[in-house]
Design a protein around this ligand. Structure first.
Ligand code: UD1
Length: 428
């Protein structure tokens, strides 16, 4: 398994360009299953999860061409298989996003039930209940979710999500675009990725209103056409690099981003002493205040509040802030695995239920550590960048899932970071 070796303590300086949003590209690729015509997506990040999603589409029978590295031309005219197998779902839960489109267009879908993952149990019960509301019959057969639309297809309905779910909202939106009549989704997720998906679907001929608010209305249509769409910039990658500048006491210009997609993160970081200047609508200039960082509590919540996907990186930053900060994780029940690794590097963190109490400022010292999930790995990279000595991060396949070229991007602003390829493990 590949590792990252980081020699920390260097202030990062320069420019970093943001890639397309993984969490937007994943459902947009799945949306291409809704039409036999070609869907062209630009700014698809070159990360492992997107390679997996592409493989899923190809396994189902779609043709995916990449005329340029980050452009995908998807034609799903010959779909003969309606199943996402366990081998794919176990490596990437977002494969469940195939359910909605397959059910809507072909009236049937089978997706292996995702198990728990490192950050929690992560059920998909709310997706399934919503499909049932649209008239589907859903059963569990040998570890697979099997969903069938009624004769004549799905029928629009009123769906109230008892908990805000991002992929659940996306799945239902994709199922409802081809249903008969009107669907209303209440308590919908409001993430920018939902709006991006709705924009693509509307370009394909869908009639969706209200995406980005908590009530989404969808008027079903007979069929969808091809479309061309550019994926929004990744707000979590942006937030991670803001913290990279602040934690190393450096100065980074972050280009090609959407500051309006991360208000809560920017506001929280400013309150903790990070200087963030919006040079224009897509460029941020970030540096640490001369007075240093101050501890600020944070609670993760659905968009537009502070995202759970920035919690681990924020914890790394708080180890460098003066005072005590309480980090309250309300979205996933087991998302503090990075804490024990940060403690091994010298951080003072106490976990109590879904709260982490960080006492700073502590001097971090490099150590061998293990990445446990995607965002936890980012937090260890950030800690390694400000630690003295060498940090060796194992299991970086987690970070490869969602950060495009992170070694190259960080090296370009002066970080001492290299990938160590374990050829024995890689070929095994
Ligand atoms: C998406 C993001 C992930 C992010 C998360 C929360 C993608 C591909 N992934 O994941 O990066 O961390 O949103 O912002 O976009 N839940 C249920 N039943 C369900 C569905 C969800 O109980 O059927 C619970 C989950 O266990 C969790 C909460 O609802 O506690 C939110 O999960 P959800 O928004 O669905 O996360 P994902 O869509 O899986």
């Amino acid at each position: 398994m590949d590792k990252f070796l980081i020699r920390g303590g260097k202030a990062l300086r320069g420019k970093i360009a943001i890639s397309g949003a993984k969490n937007s590209a994943l459902p947009c690729l799945a949306a291409a299953l809704l039409t036999p015509e070609t869907v062209i997506l630009h700014n698809v990040p070159y990360v492992k999860d997107l390679i997996t999603q592409r493989r899923l589409l190809e396994d189902l029978g779609a043709t995916v061409l990449t005329p340029e590295l980050r452009t995908h031309k998807i034609t799903a005219s010959n779909i003969e298989i309606f199943e996402a197998p366990y081998e794919l779902v176990k490596t990437m839960r977002a494969s469940v996003l195939a359910l909605g489109p397959l059910l809507a267009r072909f009236g049937q879908a089978k997706v292996s039930l995702p198990g728990g993952c490192a950050i929690g149990t992560r059920p998909i019960d709310l997706h399934l209940k919503a499909f049932e509301k649209l008239g589907a019959v859903v059963s569990l057969e040998a570890g697979n979710v099997v969903a069938r639309a009624p004769e004549g297809g799905l029928v629009g309905a009123e769906i109230y999500f008892e908990k805000v779910t991002v992929t659940g909202t996306e799945n239902v939106m994709m199922a409802a675009v081809l249903a008969k009549g009107k669907t209303k989704i209440f308590n919908a997720a409001r993430e920018p990725e939902i709006e991006d998906l709705a924009e693509l679907l509307n370009k394909m001929g869908a009639r969706i209103k209200g995406a980005g608010t908590e009530t989404i209305e969808i008027e079903g249509v007979e069929g969808l056409n091809g479309a061309e769409h550019t994926i929004i910039p990744d707000r979590i990658e942006t937030g991670t690099f803001i913290i990279a500048a602040a934690i190393t006491n450096g100065e980074i210009e972050i280009t090609g981003c959407r500051p309006d997609h991360l208000h809560a993160v920017i506001e929280k970081l400013r309150s903790a002493g990070v200087e963030i200047e919006e040079l224009n609508q897509s460029t941020l200039l970030v540096k640490c205040s001369k007075n240093g960082l101050v501890a600020k509590d944070v609670t993760t919540e659905p968009h537009p509040l502070f995202p759970t996907d920035m919690q681990a990186q924020y914890m790394a930053l708080m180890t460098q802030a003066e005072g005590v900060s309480i980090i309250n994780e309300t979205i996933f029940e087991n998302r503090f695995m990075h804490a024990s690794e940060l403690i091994r590097m010298g951080a003072n963190i106490q976990i109590s239920g879904n709260k982490a109490i960080v006492r700073g400022k502590t001097n971090l010292a490099g150590a061998p550590v293990q990445a446990s999930d995607l965002r936890a790995s980012a937090s260890l990279v950030l800690a390694g960048l400000c630690a003295s000595g060498e940090t060796l991060i194992d299991r970086v396949y987690h970070i490869d899932r969602g950060y495009e070229n992170i070694v190259k991007k960080l090296s370009s602003v002066g970080a001492k970071i290299e990938r160590i390829t374990d050829s024995v493990a890689t070929t095994a």
